[in-house]
Write a protein that binds this ligand. Structure first.
Ligand SMILES: [Zn+2]
Length: 80
């Protein structure tokens, strides 16, 4: 039995977004640990993502992603 019509509600560039985010996090995580007095790197990464994850995501989806004009999820961010 078919599952019904399937539309994309997933960003197809998630892997690219994650790679970009990992690069940004790696560049900033030592300063983030120091600034917020967090000793553990994993904890610092979780804190960084909690604070800045949505900004990185919106910026990527609205201005960077090469599929932003077609991506259904990117439309939330009014891509240009
Ligand atoms: Zn997308």
């Amino acid at each position: 039995m078919l599952m019904g019509s399937t539309m994309f509600h997933e960003c197809m560039r998630l892997q690219d977004i994650l790679e970009a985010q990992i690069e940004i996090i790696e560049r900033h995580i030592d300063k983030h640990k120091w600034f917020h007095l967090i000793a553990d790197k994993d904890q610092a990464i979780a804190d960084f993502i909690e604070k800045y994850g949505f900004i990185m995501r919106e910026f990527y989806c609205s201005r960077v992603c090469k599929d932003r004009l077609e991506c259904e999820l990117a439309q939330l961010y009014h891509p240009k």
